[in-house]
Design a protein around this ligand. Sequence first.
Ligand code: PHE
Length: 447
Amino acid sequence: VHEETDTTTGTKERFSRSGFILAAIGSSVGLGNMWKFPYITGLYGGAAFFLLFTICLLFIGLPVLMAEMTIGRGGRGSPAIALVRLSGQRLWGGFGVLSIAGAFFIMSFYAVVAGWTMHYAVLSFGGVIHEGVDVAATFNNFIGGFLPVLWQFIVMVVTGWIVIRGASGIEKFNKVLIPALVLILLFLMVRVLMLPGAGTGVEFFLKPDFSKLSNESVLVALGHAFFSLSLGMGTMMTYGAYVDREQSLGGATLAVGGGDLLYALLAGLIIFPTTFAYGIEPGQGPGLAFVALPAAFSAMPVGWLFGGLFFLLLAIAALTSCVSLLEVPIAYAIDRWGWGRNKATIVTCSLCFLVGIPSAISVGGAAQGLHWGSRSFFDWTDFIASNIILPLGGLVVTIFVGYVWKNAAKEAGLTAGWFMLWLFILRYVAPILIVLVFLHTSGIIKI
Ligand code: PHE
């Protein structure tokens, strides 16, 4: 008899029902949808790519998301502990630790980019980015200096300050910021849709041209669906451990998936009309959000306000994801070594800050020694965490629920039909696709 029905073991942290859904939406809605998504959509096929992303998210992403939440609640603890508790086999603990390390490393560079968004919010509201300013030079000077380290530090402190209060702190924070995020999003969308020429952008984003798709598009779309839903990193398992028995996990999965998809849609409806109205190339890479868009915003009347709101939006989205990332190693330290939350938070934040410093100073070339091959320290961390650990973490989850954990059905609480479909995807569809994504993004095969 496994322990998943025993409510007395495991963590005592609890979310309220809406608190859990908001926190999980906060985790998934992040820099991924605003910073990465638009430029990969630009690169890999526009509207057809968005459609592909939607399909991947619904048919592969949601079942895996559901699996993570189910493992978390069933095992009532940090992924490393939950997987061992549910299987009775120590080996699974090692896989759990892999995801936890992934969350830690993502956090180390994600906090850097979160810091950039805060810096840019201040620059925009402060009127520093106005028409005529060389935005590319502004960005290069900024990331080439040491200011990013200061902002990274601020992000770590703010995130730590929220997470140190546990599930109830995380929940309160998300309950305030998610509605704020939605309001800013809608406000900006209405503004940019009124720009002359916005229609071309909407068309690029929503009118599919399937000839633009390649095999690579499929793998990129699936990889991004995973990143966007915060899968493979133990976040949804960790949050799942704080959910009470009465909550419907199927309902939560739909709410989080729907929220993330809606956010991606609205993000696209902000970015593409803006880029097309100002004649910017959307497939230009990661600089899109920090170089091209500030230029566009500064050319609008009262541009400081729109630019400022855009970066505030990014900062909020980033922070709510940071909170979920940081909670993963913290929960592990608490569950595994019996540390108090204060100690766990302070130690994790400090370590993560230190590991992130080389990322913060390696993007702009301030520290040329931090480049190996074609990648900087920042790029390596991103590559290893997002392209190697994330798909492996996702694979572990599908195999665990698909083949190892025999009582998943009971914990998931799905009707027989949905359960069969869920299991079918976890057993036969998701693992194959995840392995392909892994082989592709790790560079082992070229498609
Ligand atoms: N989902 C977040 C985003 O889209 C990133 C993230 C990945 C957060 C993995 C937690 C875990 O930006």
